[in-house]
Design a protein around this ligand. Structure first.
Ligand SMILES: [Zn+2]
Length: 128
């Protein structure tokens, strides 16, 4: 009867958030962009005058963190994972109606706030 007394409201809240997070999976804000590069080697295939074959594709993840724009290089072996995280984040935003569908009006502040919140949740979950 008093066994539940051990669980504090904070602990219950963490449990609830952990559950939400588990359902959603890992998330990351931003958008992926594909890029092909030309290197510095003079006789490289990427500089072929007839049929240039640029290096790539390379993937970059652009996102807003605390109001600042950031870009992170994404290795090809991590592409699927990052793509999934970005999709999860988009779903999270839609679920919460943050910005709403077809938003994109540059409300970076709202996005950064959301990320901050989820980051703290993740930190709590890892500590446990
Ligand atoms: Zn090259």
């Amino acid at each position: 009867m008093i066994s539940d007394m051990k669980t504090t409201p904070i602990e219950r809240k963490i449990e609830h958030l952990k559950q939400q997070l588990a359902e959603l999976g890992p998330i990351h804000p931003g958008s992926l962009s594909e890029q092909y590069n030309v290197c510095g080697k003079p006789d490289c295939r990427c500089k072929d005058p007839k049929d240039p074959q640029k290096h790539g594709p390379y993937y970059h993840l652009s996102f807003t963190w605390r109001g600042k724009g950031r870009t992170r290089f994404v290795r090809s072996e991590r592409l699927a994972e990052v793509r999934q995280k970005v999709a999860n984040y988009k779903r999270f935003r839609t679920d919460r109606r943050m910005g709403g569908p077809g938003g994109g009006t540059g409300t970076a502040g709202t996005g950064a706030k959301t990320v901050g919140r989820w980051k703290s949740i993740l930190t709590i979950c890892r500590r446990k």
